[in-house]
Each structure stands twice: as structure tokens, then as C-alpha cells.
Design a protein. Sequence first.
Length: 522
Amino acid sequence: MALGDFREQLITDLVMHPNVPEDLLVAMAATHDAETQRRMLSPYGALAPKVFQVLADSPHTLVRLGLGRVSGVPDDVLVRLARDPVPDVRWDLLSRPRWVRATLARYNPPEVYEILAADESRNVQHRLLASAEAPEEVRRAAAVRLGCPDVFDLYRGDDVTAARAHARLAADPDLWTWVVECDRFPIPAPLVPRLIADDRSRRPEVIVRMQLTAETAATLAGDPDRNVRFALARNPSLPAETVPVLLADDDFAVRWLAAANPALPAELLRRLAADPDRDVRAMVASNPGLPADVLVDLAQDEDLDVRLGVASQPGLPAGMLTKYLYHDVAGHLERLDWVVEAPLDEVLHYASSDSLMHRYSLAHRTDLPDDVVATLAAHGAPEVRFEVARSNRDRVPVSLLVELLWSGMGIGHREPAAVAFADDPRLPGFLFEELLRSPRKGHREVVFASRWMDAERLARLAEDKDEEIAAVARRRRPRTFDEMTAKVAADLADPKRRRQAAAAKDLPAELLWRIWRESAPA
């Protein structure tokens, strides 16, 4: 039967439901329905080993490809995928996305590389050769098998050996494309016309990595294609004399990228930081190459956007953010996605960083060690404590949840503390009594966030002096668990109701089974 417009979200909600039994997940996977199986792979690492084993037998190539792009896949399943009849599935095991790699203790088990080392597909061998995670002896053997030992030296050799291999490959009519694939060196100028002639859509990709001359840069700075000018502005060999041209570009993104290019010389950065145009100062404030004394000056700039640009820097001098920028940043905090998505061991040191943005961004992660969670939970900035509690609620002390609920942290923001924490079963009953007696409207509203509203407390809210709170309370009544599940069961004929029911965290496994039976494909 058709699942209707709510099918995709319903499957995701069932898979991620805290009460979903393993046998239900196995039954869902065993349908071999392409849409069901693909949606089951959306919550990375949330599936049991037996479910992964069923999905590895899927008749759908896209599903097997998807297995290589999630974390939590058992080693025996990865080994089966390494023997998959479709080369793209085998190739994908060597190309898993960054957000998956960040969660893995190791990329693949050794047996996977042993199997792929004998793979008949040249594309798989090429990918194996370029893989940073494959054992060195496997990569060297692949290079010999493909007849291109210079490629191995290009990726794995020391600087001198790699540079010589780079030069030889650039002159080889058959192997020169390896020079383009490897970003260890700039693309040699003689290859640029050939690359652009083969595929003009690659112009930006080539320009950002080519070795620029002043004449070439001047020509590209006047190109009508904005993507070309974007790439030019990001090129690490951008000549200093071209920067003023790009800073005057009609496109704001071109101007910003030029000012943020980390290869700009210090003298030019000093001039830009002292520019009377606040937009120029704001653009250059995020450049990681700024000298320390210039950062201090910009941190005290009269313009807020300039100061926020400084606050986004990945390596501020000790104490600068606390001394100059705390009040600016606290009101304009945005998480830094690269801190959230990077491999954990590369960003753990930000737990003790002087940058509030670094700690705030780190607090969004759910894979933090317990000691780092404790450090962030005890942090002086309430924004950091709120985010680490929201991302790691079961691992922070209940006293922090009480504090955040009482302080009202998050009320009026994207996710109020009431929504994030009020249903935690560890919260003491006396807290809600204190919240009910509080003169602050925000405190009394928190009580509404409890899923199973106590009748006596609801009656007290119905008599609240605030008409808005009283009106809401009078429209609600407490519902027992049996009443809740009975209503859900009665609504199962409606696809929209089934999707809403699957999202309810308190439903028992028996009702989840009923929801799936009503929704399962024929």
C-alpha cells in the first residue's frame, strides 16, 4: 500500500525511536523496499549489527552504496561490501565522507584492504592508491600493479621525492591527471589550458590551485564569470598587486574571499586592517594570517562586524576574547561547523580554548569524552553549558538542568530550556513546585513542557494571574498513558497521524509495530 506524503519521515522516526525493538528494524530492512532501506540509513550509526547484515543483502545498489557512507557498520559487513559485484560499492568503501570518518576508530578493517588490493577494477585500484587510510604496502603494490610508482611517491614520498614525481607525472601524456587529483602541489601552468579545454566547468577548480603569475591573475580578475573570480581570490599564490582589484569587485563574495586569503603578505594585511572603509576591515578581520598586534586593534574596532570577524578566528591569542569580545560574541554566537564536523582528536583542545566560539561549537558534539563534557558543563559561559547539556543531556549532572531551567536560559531563543530539558525524568518534583510559585512568567510556562501534566498543577495554572497562561491551561487536560496510546491506535488509518505517532518518544514497542504494519509496503 502507498505510504502517502509522510512515509519518509515516518520511517526515520521509527528507526530513531528510543523504544524501537531490534526485530522491528530487521523486519523493516527485510522488506527489501528501496525507499524503506535508504531511509533506514539516515540516522548514522543508530542500527544494530543484525540490521546492517540484512541491508548488506539488499538488491538495491544505492542501499549498499549507502552502507559505506554511514558509521557503526560491523567489520563483517564491510568485508562483504569489499566483495560486492558492483565496482562503485567497492570504490565507495575508500571514499567515505568526512562526517563518517570523524566518528570512526579506524577507517576499514585490514581484510578490506587485502581484498581490494586484488580488485580487478582500475578505478578501485586508483582510489586505493590515493587513499590516505590504506596501509602503505597495499598502496605501493597498487602503484606497481598500475604501472605508476611515481603516483605512490607523489602521495607518500618526502618533499623532494614527491616534487620529482610531480614533475615526471606532469610531463606524462597518460598519467598527468594524477597531478590534478593530488592537491599537495599547485597545478603546473602548462597543464592549465589542457584542463580548461577538456572541461570548461573545471575552470574554477583549476584556477584555485594553479601557480599564478601577475599577468595571468590580472587577466582572470577581469573575467565575467564570478566563479572564476571566486577561485582567483582563494588561490594561495594570489599576487599582492591583484588584491586591490578584487577588493573593488562588484561581487561582495569576491571581495570577502580576497581579504580572507591566508596567503596575503603581512604588510598588505596591515594596510587593509587600517582601511577607513569598515567593510574592508570586517572582511580582513577573519584572515588567519593577521599579525597579533593587528588582531588586538581590530578587537577594539568601533564596528561590531569587525569585532565579530576577529572572534571567528580559529587561533586567537590567550585572553583576547575574554578581554575584548565576550559581550559582542555572546549576543551573536553561531556555531563553527568545522569544529562540529572535524575529527574529534583535532578539536578536543578547544575545550580549554580562550575562544567562546570554539567552546560553544565544541559543546554541540555528541561524541565528546566524559571529562570534556564535565569541563564544558562547568564552564562560566551559560551558552556553552546550555549547548553541552542539550547535546549530552544524559551525561551532565541534573543540577545543571535545574540551573538552566531556573535561569531561563534559551527561553526566547531557538530552543528553550523548557523544550530541551523539562521532560528529563531525573528532575526533582520540588523544582516544578518552585517554578509554579515563581513570579516570572517564563518559569511558570516551563511546567507546560512536561508530557504528562499533573492535574493539580494544571488546575493551579488555570488560575494563573497571567491570562495567556491561564487560557492555555484551561484548554488542556492531563492525559494518562493509556489514553494517549488509545488515541494513537485509533488514528492509525490516517498516514499523517501515524507519522505524528511515530515521533512520540513514550510509545511502547507494541504500538510501534502496529504503526509499521499499517504503513509497510505490500
